[in-house]
Design a protein around this ligand. Structure first.
Ligand SMILES: Nc1nc2c(ncn2[C@@H]2O[C@H](COP(=O)(O)OP(=O)(O)OP(=O)(O)O)[C@@H](O)[C@H]2O)c(=O)[nH]1
Ligand SMILES: [Mg+2]
Length: 253
């Protein structure tokens, strides 16, 4: 069994990708289970096999403790951590080949508080990977792209789990734009060139220095363009996961 967490900023396409990729895997005759870890979501574009909302209820936390929505979500994250053995046991009982885990809308609640890494480590002892989403529309501007690089490096630093980087919603930008952003992710020189060309003054200086700081970490961020709407790139995403998780083998033998 392999566990794949789908992480990204609010609205970056986590839930829709979870739905599209699970359907795609099922078509490849892979045995998939979906886990929803977002206690605050109202509607999901898939049917969760394991749903954290069966364990914690954000609106009753708001009522019971007199909290606003953000305070309640923080509390919910801590309550999920307390229930993680039961959630892990549910997954274990399903015993699929691959588990896709949709994570909370507000990434910082999951990635930057103590409960997130605890949940990732305790949900299962099986091999894990993270799919980190870069929203294509947001990444067209090199300043936003560099900011997202920082976030993804921070996520990697928090979880220390093999991380695959996806350019999500790539159907919303042109093929030329997809190629440019993928070039930036493959070559620091291409990114530096875009920063010089598209940014000015303090933004240019800061973006250039931020970019250099990131690349000095030695982490690679090659982006895989994916669309959950057209299914473009799901083959490449799956190959990248197989390389990381199963050394290039299929999940099922
Ligand atoms: N065109 C297009 N739209 C997409 C794609 N993926 C997601 N969207 C849209 O982007 C919006 C956000 O998608 P979600 O999957 O809910 O994003 P999320 O990261 O789960 O959002 P939160 O959990 O609310 O933070 C929705 O309106 C989706 O329909 C895609 O590949 N192509
Ligand atoms: Mg979502």
């Amino acid at each position: 069994m392999f566990i794949v967490f789908i992480i990204g900023t609010a609205g970056s396409g986590k839930s829709v990708l979870t739905a599209a990729f699970s359907n795609w895997l099922k078509m490849q005759e892979q045995d998939v289970a979906i886990v929803n870890l977002d206690p605050g979501c109202l509607n999901l574009p898939y049917t969760a096999d394991v749903d954290v909302r069966d364990y914690v209820n954000v609106s009753s936390i708001m009522d019971e403790y007199g909290l606003g929505p953000n305070g309640a979500l923080i509390m919910a994250a801590d309550l999920i951590a307390e229930e993680i053995d039961k959630i892990g046991a549910e997954i274990e009982a399903l015993n699929p080949d691959i588990v896709l885990v949709d994570t909370p809308g507000q990434m910082e609640l999951f990635a930057f508080r103590a409960s997130g890494p605890f949940i990732v480590s305790e949900i299962s002892k099986e091999p894990k990977a993270i799919i980190y989403l870069f929203d294509a529309v947001f990444c067209l501007n090199p300043l936003n792209y560099v900011s997202n690089l920082f976030l993804s490096a921070a996520v990697y630093n928090r979880f220390l789990v093999p991380q695959i980087h996806v350019l999500s919603k790539c159907d919303l930008i042109s093929q030329d734009e997809v190629n440019s952003v993928v070039d930036w992710s493959a070559s620091p020189k291409a990114l530096e060139h875009a920063i010089e060309e598209k940014l000015e003054g303090t933004r240019r200086l800061l973006s250039r220095n931020m970019m250099k700081a990131i690349y000095s970490l030695g982490t690679r961020f090659l982006l895989i363009p994916v669309s959950a709407k057209t299914n473009e790139g799901l083959v490449n995403l799956n190959m990248a996961l197989e390389r990381v998780l199963a050394r290039g083998e299929k999940y099922t033998y």
